[in-house]
Design a binder for this molecule. Sequence first.
Ligand code: AHR
Length: 502
Amino acid sequence: MMFGAAANAQNQITISADQELSKIDRHIYGHFAEHLGTGIYGGVWVGEDSEIPNTEGYRTDVLEALQRLEVPNIRWPGGCFADEYYWMDGIGPRDERPARINTHWGMVIEDNSFGTHEFLRLTELLDAEPVVAMNVGSGTPREMQQWIEYMNFDGDSEMANLRRRNGRDEPWGVKYVGVGNESWGCGGNMRPEYYADLYRRFATYIRTYSGNEIFRVASGFDTARYWWTDTLMDRAGNMMEGISLHYYTIAGESWQSKGSSVDFEEDEYFSGLQAALRLDEFIEGHSNRMDRYDPDKRVALVVDEWGIWTDPLPGSNPGFLQQQNSLRDALIASISLDILNKHSDRVRMANIAQMVNVLQAMILTDGEDMVLTPTYHVFDMYRTHFDARLLHTHVQVDDYEYNGERIPAVSLTASKSDSGQLNLTLTNLKAGEAQQVNIDIRGQDVGGVLPGKILTADEVNAVNTFDDPERVTLQEFDGYQLNRNTLTLSLPAKSVVMVTLE
Ligand code: AHR
């Protein structure tokens, strides 16, 4: 490793370890699992009679990989699927459940073998909080109310007794509920005034059963559609605990030409990172609108769909949203997580889209095979920030210039755990150049550096495949030097690094 004198470093960062900001809620690291393609069926659920090794019907390999990640929450059943889902289809004996058509995602048959009990058992096995998206688009407040009663009531009611007859005595105590999804689009094509009134109506019937209080998340918009947030906060802000924001990164030219997930070079590497960085602007914009009605930030911004969306893999069903996951996508994850962490005073929950086999997935499966994606490894490293305090940082970094466009060359999150440990994650966005970074730590004496981790590869589009599952994987990182309270790091090109200071 090359270490120059501190004054010559390209990037100067000061971390104030005594200036603790908001808590980085672990729920920022949540996942999204929709009934879409093989996101559930084949990817998570194979059924007890499957030849694929399983635990109570869940793939054992996937379950164990997700357990290692300490998944804090899972959003289910959609997505667009949620606003066409009738929950009673997914309870009772599996062989008696009705076959429906998944009209939004490929017109395939949904046999409902994965329903409420199967989802909530999954969250128990993962020790994750369930986030259940209610059907507002085509459902009724009554259906929603009964579903919540079924999941949360401990007493002697028709719904609670139905749950017991279906094999579950204790209520699950579901806390997080989404009230519609993309209600401006696939969730009903509503206008904000109409949705705000409908939201108020649905929210009225979200009851607290047996002390299980619900955190209600209203359906927000995407990108810069701030007028939606304005109207909702104005008309219904006092009846919600969260409002969502969706943001998908497109590396290609447009939604019609999103770009390949495998076959790209530095142009779509750069444009992907550049597009991902815009999440900062959108969070800022929505949060500012929310401040007008909620200056104390009582209502959370819940970024419950984010990640890169590419063209589907050639030969795959376009309705299944299958894509590979490269080193570029891992960096898109790390810089997006830095942005979410930075706004953790307002953003207290987020969900990457999606958990398995769909869009920017953690895990890919094919029959018996399973592979962990580069994005999985970023989520693994970033566990270091779970529930830690964001630290104040002053950042002066180099630019990464490509074709006349510029983005910052380094992104980071610095946090402090309750134990006083300092957690740093840094990304060098430059495709072809190592970066030296000097970090001055103020306000706390640093005694030493624990062994670090790094994720990088030879190419920006390097992927893990079933034949070559370890091409992009975590390695030990020793490219640092500590001199009293100054840490000097040498970050290889296109890498994500984690170090911990004691
Ligand atoms: O994640 C895929 C889809 O993207 C979701 O179903 C929908 O909410 C969004 O448009």
